[in-house]
Ligand binder design. Structure first.
Ligand code: FE2
Length: 384
């Protein structure tokens, strides 16, 4: 997405004859968004990507939400989730609406097949663990603190290399992009942006795989997963170019914008998508006016639900949260620093907090799994 990239071999002109060493033709595929007018890439395969042998029974992956209850603040203690499954089946959706699904994944098993999300882009925040995101575009090595942006339609598998993995999984029904206000009319990232192209990692070239056999790709579309079977390896791409590809950005490369007085959450914005934004709260110098109150003021987010995922437990304005906690402060209720936080912050020069925020512009719904993690006392945590 961020800029033009080319990997492997491609013909000099698009849509022209491109021969394999054995004289046969490579086959071209356009992966494109917004009809034919959004960002796209052209990929060159050894085998036509249309050659499916068969497909299996679809299974629903529609998250089960709980009926609407009283409007209140929530605190989900996600550390209680038992690690299970693989990097796809181990995902536990917690907060969902038609625009986005937020969940946690702590896998214990390797992926036995490939995966493609055709419903929208995915953003995986790697809280713990190292490994490889292998895709038809090549490989991205990941480590703790990485955001992995996987465009819809990308066939991939995640190969953890560490014994423990913990991911915050953000599944959009739209495109996840660098915020428009960080880019000029040519797409280049601007001087005031908190990160730039140098911080963005793109897939390393991976030799095309010419294995034959039976390869399963589980395709998520319309909240169902349909298994598709092919006689060729899905990573048979000899080359590609374009603007559409998976990429990585480390939260540790986000350069915080600080001010004399308290700066609002938009300065932490990292990504945008349809009807939600993602922000990174990173270690930084605190507000430097001599009389500054360095924790947030009470605020009513009248048109958005605010979700925070706490990567560490150093969040200045909150108490009682743990590593891996999620708070949901819904539209319609004010929230702010908890008792004693303003006083305790006096004279502080730095914060070491690390958190990922997701603000949605339409209400989120709790899943049944989220309900089981919810702290019933949290709404009263502002009482001194
Ligand atoms: Fe807030």
């Amino acid at each position: 997405m961020p800029h033009y990239v080319q990997r492997g071999q491609i013909p000099r002109k698009r849509h022209t004859r491109f021969h394999r060493p054995d004289g046969r033709l490579y086959t071209e595929q356009l992966l494109g968004t917004r009809g034919f007018t959004g960002i796209s890439s052209l990929l060159y395969h050894r085998v036509p990507p249309t050659q499916a042998l068969r497909f299996g029974q679809a299974i629903s992956v529609q998250p089960e939400t709980v009926p609407e209850q009283a409007l209140r603040h929530h605190h989900l203690r996600t550390a209680a989730i038992t690690p299970h499954g693989d990097p796809i089946t181990g995902r536990t959706p917690l907060l969902v609406n038609d625009d986005v699904a937020l969940g946690i994944c702590c896998p214990t098993e390797p992926m036995s097949c490939f995966y493609k999300n055709a419903d929208g882009d995915e953003l995986l925040f790697i809280h713990e663990g190292t490994g490889r995101l292998e895709t038809m575009f090549g490989t991205l090595h990941y480590t703790e603190g990485d955001y992995l942006i996987i465009p819809r339609g990308t066939i991939y598998r995640i190969v953890p290399e560490s014994t423990q993995t913990r991911m915050l999984v953000i599944e959009a029904s739209s495109t996840i992009e660098v915020p428009r206000r960080y880019r000029n009319e040519y797409g280049q990232m601007l001087e005031h942006a908190p990160y730039c192209e140098r911080d963005i990692r793109v897939p390393e070239y991976m030799e095309p795989c010419d294995e034959t056999g039976e390869f399963e790709v589980r395709i998520k579309a319309r909240q169902r997963i349909t298994p598709y079977f092919y006689a060729h390896h899905p990573f048979d791409v000899v080359g590609w170019d374009g603007y559409l590809y998976p990429w990585a950005f480390s939260i540790h490369d986000f350069e915080p914008i600080t001010g004399s007085l308290h700066m609002p959450p938009p300065i932490h914005q990292t990504f945008e998508a349809h009807n939600f934004v993602v922000c990174s709260f990173c270690p930084r110098m605190l507000d430097y006016h001599p009389d500054a109150i360095v924790v947030p003021y009470n605020h009513s987010n009248l048109e958005s639900d605010e979700v925070l995922y706490y990567v560490n437990d150093r969040f200045g304005s909150r108490r009682g949260i743990e590593v891996g906690s999620i708070t949901l402060h819904p539209a319609g209720l004010p929230h702010g620093p908890q008792p004693g936080a303003v006083e305790a912050s006096q004279g502080a020069r730095r914060t070491e907090e690390l958190a990922v925020m997701v603000d949605t512009f339409r209400p989120l719904h709790l899943t049944r799994a989220a309900q089981a993690l919810d702290d019933p006392q949290y709404p009263y945590s502002w009482i001194p």
